[in-house]
Design a protein. Structure first.
Length: 36
């Protein structure tokens, strides 16, 4: 049971990190487009 919970938390953390990275990248590319 604990192992299952750890896997759930791990996958949730990875999804959260991916989401944050993606939003940062899209904001960055948006700024680049505005700058040019």
């Amino acid at each position: 049971m604990r192992y299952y919970l750890m896997m759930k938390v791990k996958s949730f953390g990875e999804q959260l990190w991916l989401g944050l990275t993606y939003s940062k990248l899209s904001c960055f590319s948006h700024d680049l487009v505005l700058a040019t």
